[in-house]
Design a protein around this ligand. Structure first.
Ligand code: ADP
Length: 399
């Protein structure tokens, strides 16, 4: 079966068509500047060169229409007609407490996701717009929703309840939800495969370190804790997000700077993290160039980032009473040799030791732990699109 995977943002949309008999990607692309002057579609049929077409697109329906046109193109397409696409898998950011797994989308699912919009006001509306457009243009094709929050729904209450007045949880749904669930689940399954051990028998710590970053504790295949919370702001230091801070700082900054709480929140989301500390960049490649030039604040930013990852690794080892493997994934986790070294430095006493030679690798599945170390450390490139396509296939097949 061929499956179309759609990841719809507010002004951009990423897509892939996969052939699920081989799990091969047939084509992929991105639509950018939806509803903005200069919108275009960048499409790539695997094996051919990328093709960029400038075309006005007013909304998500226009964008999806262009995607469907591209995938059926005589030269660059991968299907003759849309009937060849057996199902569409949609990435949706927030499903609140409503779904602990992916689901086939019907009207009741749409309603449930609309109810979650308050929890993800920037993300769920474009996700829903993409689903609505696809349902209109492919009315007979089953659609599946795959949620960033779903994998973390297995967390026990002690992991997700904030120590706030309890009615804020019951009245407003204020609790920890966690994000990047599709990635954490994918690398956990892959780790079980690589280690040749059932997921059921493993304790894993998965570190998704990208521009956004989170760590999860996965025991017997179930997430029992994760570092992101009510929003993706909690937890690790990130490219531009602060991660954990004393909550009193928000109103303190607002008072001192004469700004609103919303503006302070914006600073925590967009001007903090390694960008905020270094004043250089949110991109770790730029930071490492600055470090090579002796930039003190860039050095500090990387140290603070590594410190927080180590902090969570230690906490999750305590929560799970040990750990069999630590997984590094996403942009920084997969490519940043120096950061992996900084994170794993001097942890031999708790069983973590990486082999500096094996660690000299980027973007390739590799066991980087020292032969003699108790805990395996594995670099696993993430593949959220494949995970979405797998979940979609599983649900559609079962129909
Ligand atoms: P997101 O999906 O959250 O946007 P990614 O997982 O794609 O993020 O990660 C992007 C980040 O990965 C970049 O901002 C950069 O900091 C980091 N990165 C990518 N390639 C490298 C590299 N070769 N060395 C160090 N860091 C890298």
């Amino acid at each position: 079966m061929k499956i179309l995977v759609i990841n719809c943002g507010s002004s951009s949309l990423k897509y892939q068509v996969l052939d699920m008999t081989t799990e091969e990607v047939l084509c992929k692309g991105i639509v950018e500047r939806i509803g903005i002057e200069g919108s275009f579609i960048g499409h790539e049929k695997i094996g051919l060169e990328k093709k960029k077409t400038l075309i006005p697109m007013e909304d998500h329906k226009d964008a999806i229409a262009q995607v469907l046109k591209a995938v059926q193109d005589e030269e660059y397409g991968v299907v003759k007609s849309l009937d060849e696409i057996g199902a569409v898998g949609h990435r949706v950011v927030h499903a609140g407490e409503k779904y602990a797994d992916s689901v086939i989308i019907d009207d009741s699912v749409i309603k449930a996701l609309e109810e979650c919009t308050e929890l993800a006001p920037l993300h769920n509306p474009p996700n829903l717009a993409g689903i609505a457009a696809c349902r209109q243009l492919m009315p007979n094709t089953p659609m599946v929703g795959v949620f960033d929050t779903a994998f973390h729904q297995s967390m026990p209450p002690e992991s997700y309840i904030y120590a706030l007045p309890y009615e804020y949880y019951t009245k407003y749904g204020i609790r920890r939800y966690g994000f990047h669930g599709t990635s954490h689940k994918y690398v956990a399954e892959k780790a079980a495969e690589v280690l040749n051990v059932e997921l059921e028998d493993l304790k894993l710590i998965t570190c998704h370190l990208g521009n956004g970053a989170s760590v999860s504790a996965i025991k017997r295949g179930k997430c029992i804790d994760t570092s992101m919370g009510f929003t993706p702001l909690e937890g690790l230091v990130m490219g531009t997000r602060s991660g954990d801070i004393d909550p009193a700082i928000v109103s303190f900054i607002a008072n001192k700077e004469g700004i609103t709480h919303e503006e302070a929140n914006e600073i925590l989301n967009k001007k903090s993290g390694v960008l905020g500390i270094s004043g250089v960049s949110s991109d770790f490649r730029d930071l490492e160039t600055a470090v090579a030039d002796g930039d003190e604040r860039a050095i500090l930013a990387l140290k603070v980032f590594a410190h927080k990852v180590r902090f969570y690794i230690g906490a999750y080892m305590a929560e799970m009473n040990g750990c069999d493997a630590i997984i590094f994934t996403a942009g920084v986790g997969e490519n940043d040799i120096m950061m992996r070294e900084l994170i794993c430095h001097d942890l031999g006493n708790i069983g973590i030791k990486i082999d500096p030679l094996k660690n000299k690798v980027k973007g390739k599945l590799t066991m980087i732990s020292d032969e003699g170390a108790k805990i395996k450390v594995i670099l696993i490139p993430t593949n959220e699109e494949l995970m979405i396509a797998r979940d979609t296939l599983k649900l559609v097949k079962g129909k």
